[in-house]
Design a protein around this ligand. Sequence first.
Ligand SMILES: [Zn+2]
Length: 316
Amino acid sequence: MMRAARRWAAGLLCALLLPAASPQAMPAVLPPLPPLSVQQIAPGVWVHVGLIGDFAADNAGDLANLGFVVGSRCVAVIDTGGSRQVGAALLAAIRLHTTLPVCYVIATHMHPDHLLGHAAFRTEPAEFVSSVHQGKSLAARAAGYLTRQASQLGAQAAGTAIVPADRLVDGEMVLDLGGRHLQLRTWRTAHTDNDLTVQDDLSGTLFTGDLLFVGHLPVIDGSLRGWLAILPILRTLVHGPVVPGHGPPGNGSEPFQAQERYLQQLATEVRAALKGGRTLAETVAQSPAPTGGWQLVELYHRRNVTAAFAELEWED
Ligand SMILES: [Zn+2]
């Protein structure tokens, strides 16, 4: 389909998916958030570190790490936050450092804390980029994501919409920003079924999306076995700063090992439970609290045990 026609059709779909807005919940004009705080972790590579927590009115969905990379021609944005408000605050932060246009808005995966800020970038001449697998999975969740985000954020959800991708990545793709290139890669099902990483050729900076969590307990919404299988490959890509989906950016591959320990421990426990004939409820109830000092264990560990049980129950 022609791009304009595709956008129109997708816009219609999104209009249908948007939750009904009450006049009280959606004021006509919402004061903008201040520009997001960003740090330059390599020349022309900027990162905003999101809060570790859940969607709430006082954070506007500012939970995921967001980034932008500045070339000589234009700027690429990697993830846009959990609301249009956060996306607009990211764009305001970009404008403090460059006047170049945003030419690409890249989603590392479908989760709402990473891409519900996309609508703020519709004013830019940007192509929206995602894994080829994102559209279908996001379409199945979009209505639920928007309804839940609206109830959690209240007025801060105003203007949020699902923006469909214009450019789809299947395997590898290189984006030229002028004087530097970004290497995009899609992965087998791991954190989700539509994970995508971004690597800058000048600095080596690797944006992992949620294929890497630091501090924040890893969350399985795809495949535990798939995730464990790709972690050794991801580690080989570390030649510079690493920006996880959540938690502080760093250098080196130690955070991958910490995450692998948690996921491996989970797989070992759940396999033992299955071998011992335990039910899902018993397995969840008896799962020990994970070691490693993770945050948000209460919110996500039981969910991970449940996901692991459902997956490993059918393995040979
Ligand atoms: Zn995620």
